[in-house]
Design a protein around this ligand. Structure first.
Ligand code: FAD
Length: 408
């Protein structure tokens, strides 16, 4: 696909540039801005509201659902321009990037028109309630129960690692509605109101000091049947839509640390000479540059496929795997490169506003979120290389008959 601007795209780019210049603060460095806490949350809501009013929210969504009705290439143009500004443009990616496409596909028309425009403008914030204490990589092994109760469903159980649940108005939740069939067939997906009394959210403290994710407990929480996404027992299909959209959304914002590394290398000296003359640094520079360039190329390939009506393929898993590993390796290497200064985590004192020190503490989580390295490798092995599937000992067995330790 040709990524040169057509006349129409050039006009769009110029419109975006003008609007950003008038409404956002231009970047002076490449640091990531923190996303945690009340202030970033409020600033992000304000940013999304402004974008929506200007017609720049959810560019690829249909207009009737709060979007702009444009193409993925317009989205690329937006991303290229917005990264020059200090904005909170990716703050609500879980709702808009992961949950939104599943709602668009599986919700009733009434629910779509009610909920999606409020998601697009961040009037409502959403979270993704999949992982449980004993079901992360093997998410289809989850135990949160959904039981039919007239026109409603009653939800009981526990989720964990739910990013942003403490700020969320709604969530997309994967539940077990039938334990008597095999594990992939007994799941049902819903949209749930997080502000009801049957939902309790407890933030988890991380090693970097933040509270990005949460434990969420459900005790007789109520979901109307009108908020079901897809068929009863068809939740796995909906869950795959969420997970595939998640990988596409992550690929667009996956931190690699490379632009910050390049800036650091340009600014440091070793024994009176530019540090870029050091053979070890040159070796790392070459390795990470080629990985970074490869990631950019695969991202463009993926956007091309999506723009032609296809879906994000295994490139998304490749981008996640390579980008997350590289991000952690770069953070560790740069802190060593800085010598004793590598342990100073003060943004006013450290190069790149302590980006690498922050990243040493958060980058391990990036390798887990959205699927671990091993899970990405399994996907690539099975779907790209055509290797045999992992042996699945629970295949064809009713979920309730799968041997397990004590639960509940
Ligand atoms: C920052 C962050 C944000 C998150 N946000 C959310 C969220 O918003 N919503 C949500 O639902 N979840 C979220 N998660 C949870 C995330 O999806 C899980 O952590 C992830 O899927 C791994 O599951 P687990 O932690 O239970 O690890 P486990 O699945 O228990 O894995 C433990 C180890 O075993 C390995 N392993 C597991 N299965 C295999 C296999 N088949 N082959 C080889 N190795 C294997 C794993 O790679 C890992 O190293 C988040 C996690 C993080 C770190």
């Amino acid at each position: 696909m040709d990524f040169q601007d057509t006349e129409e795209l050039a006009a769009f780019r110029s419109e975006v540039k003008t609007w950003l210049a008038a409404n956002a603060t231009r970047r002076t460095d490449k640091r990531h801005i923190g996303m945690e806490g009340e202030t970033p949350f409020r600033e992000a809501k304000e940013w999304y509201r402004k974008k929506a009013e200007a017609g720049f929210a959810c560019l690829t969504w249909p207009k009737e659902y709060g979007g702009a009705g444009l193409t993925p290439v317009h989205e690329v143009v937006w991303q290229q321009e917005v990264e020059n500004y200090l904005t909170r443009d990716a703050q609500f990616v879980i709702g808009i990037g992961n949950c939104g496409p599943a709602i668009m596909h599986f919700a009733s028309e009434e629910a779509r028109r009610e909920l999606l425009p409020r998601m697009a403008s961040a009037e409502d914030v959403w979270c993704q309630l999949f992982s449980e204490p004993s079901a992360g990589s093997d998410v289809a092994g989850l135990r949160t129960r959904a039981e039919r109760d007239g026109d409603n469903w009653k939800i009981n159980g526990q989720k964990i690692w739910t990013s942003g649940a403490q700020y969320s108005d709604y969530g997309v939740i994967l539940t077990r509605s039938d334990p008597t069939v095999s594990k992939y067939r007994g799941l049902t997906l819903f949209m749930i109101d997080m502000r009801q009394s049957g939902v309790q959210v407890r933030p988890i403290k991380q090693m970097d000091g933040g509270q990005h994710f949460n434990e969420v407990f459900f005790q007789d929480a109520i979901v109307p049947d009108a908020y079901r996404l897809g068929e009863i027992g068809g939740g796995w299909t909906g869950a795959l839509t969420v997970l595939m959209s998640e990988r596409l959304a992550i690929s667009g914002i996956q931190p690699t640390g490379f632009p910050q590394f390049l800036d650091l290398v340009k600014s440091l000296e070793l024994n009176g000479r530019p540090i870029a003359d050091d053979p070890l640094v040159r070796d790392r520079l070459a390795t990470w540059y080629s990985q970074y360039a490869g990631l950019q190329a695969s991202y463009k390939r993926m956007i091309t496929a999506v723009a032609k009506g296809g879906i994000a393929g295994a490139e998304a898993s490749l981008g996640k795997l390579v980008g997350a590993v590289m991000n952690q390796e770069i953070a560790n290497f740069c802190c060593q490169l800085l010598g004793p200064a590598g342990i100073i985590q003060d943004p006013a004192l450290s190069p790149e506003r302590a980006h690498f020190q922050d990243s040493v503490l958060f980058s391990p989580g990036v390798r887990l979120a959205g699927g671990t390295d091993e899970v990405m490798r399994n996907i690539l092995a099975e779907q790209v290389l055509g290797l045999p599937q992992e042996p699945r000992a629970d295949k064809g067995i009713a979920f309730e008959d799968i041997p397990t330790g004590p639960v509940d």
